[in-house]
Design a protein around this ligand. Structure first.
Ligand code: MTE
Length: 312
């Protein structure tokens, strides 16, 4: 089955009328004050929608959460520039409605999902995860989303699906950083099928109980807490089930520095710096980095028998 991709055709062509009407009803149902607040404040919080009810999830870390302000003003999103404050400063040009995500490849049920339908695909949970950037800083972030496997189950991958590829929007008009060839756009990431099915792997639509701000990957992104932050691709437009290991944007840019697995590992240094310690944003002293970012108990089995220095 052939599915045309969102950038090729205007959104009006790809949104079925019933989805469109549902979305209109949903937006009209919001209080005017809420809509205005969402549009006007909090640094590019996605406009026009509020999250459905969020329940407290099963993986809520006890560590103090990194303040919302730091989470939303200090991060990487190269589509808006390479500086840590560029995403917050420039991501206002990203339009997150209408938005669709194509889910396709080696699956029985390919589908072009409207974001409003994705928001209602499974109950939304709060998950508080430790996040570790490959550059040496870390945060504790309260995400809102549901396990990716909820979507995978509804998509019914075939036996040929060995990996999952995640693709970020490619539109230099909205993402000015894409006018420079810092990376081979679009941003692509990948997981092995068992990693994608792991209950910790999240599709996130919100943080701290609110819609995702643009700079954090609105309207929908991946969150994989035991891997370096760059695996958690933002602003997704495609999720593809494939037979071969995807060529990720970072592997294409610097294959000696960024491997496919990218599991947080204090014993495997980046070629240009040590990964043994990290700076938790807001703290003065460095902390020891934990194997699999502290999630070894849950994920170590996925890599049993593998040489983690070779498969970095
Ligand atoms: N996704 C896209 N599309 N583009 C990016 O540049 N940067 C990654 C990841 N996802 C990035 C991306 C990196 S290096 C990190 S550390 C996290 O996003 C940081 O953002 P966060 O704090 O919102 O998770």
């Amino acid at each position: 089955m052939l599915i045309r991709h969102p950038p090729d055709i205007p959104p009006s062509d790809i949104t079925p009328p019933e989805v469109y009407r549902e979305r209109r009803r949903f937006i009209q149902g919001l209080g005017a004050a809420v809509a205005v607040t969402a549009l006007g404040t909090a640094g590019h919080v996605s406009a026009g929608s509020r999250l459905p009810a969020v329940r407290r999830g099963s993986h809520v870390l006890d560590d103090a959460k990194t303040p919302y302000r730091d989470v939303t003003t200090y991060n990487n999103f190269y589509e808006f520039g390479t500086g840590k404050d560029d995403p917050a400063a420039h991501a206002g040009t990203l339009r997150t409605r209408p938005w669709t995500v194509v889910v396709e490849g080696a699956v029985k049920r390919p589908r072009l999902w409207d974001i409003e339908a994705l928001l209602r695909l499974a109950p939304l949970e709060e998950r508080v995860y430790r996040m570790r950037c490959v550059e040496g800083w870390s945060m504790v972030i309260s995400w809102v989303g549901f396990p990716l496997r909820e979507l995978i189950r509804r998509t019914e991958p075939t036996g040929r699906a060995k990996y999952v590829e995640f693709v970020t929007l490619h539109d230099p008009a909205q993402m000015p950083g894409q006018r420079r060839r810092v990376l081979d756009w679009p941003y692509v990431e990948g997981l092995r099928m068992d990693e994608a099915m792991h209950p910790l792997t999240l599709l996130a639509m919100g943080l701290y109980g609110e819609m995702l701000p643009n700079q954090n990957g609105a309207p929908i992104r991946l969150v994989v807490p035991w891997k370096y932050g760059f695996k958690s691709a933002k602003s997704l437009v495609a999720i593809r089930f494939v037979e071969k290991q995807p060529r990720t944007a970072w592997m294409a840019a610097a294959p000696n520095e960024y491997g496919f697995y990218s599991n947080v590992n204090p014993q495997v240094d980046h070629p240009r710096w040590s990964q043994a310690k990290e700076r938790r944003i807001g703290e003065f002293f460095k902390r020891d980095t934990l194997l699999f970012n502290g999630y070894a108990e849950q994920v170590a089995d996925l890599y049993r028998g593998m040489d983690l220095k070779r498969h970095f």
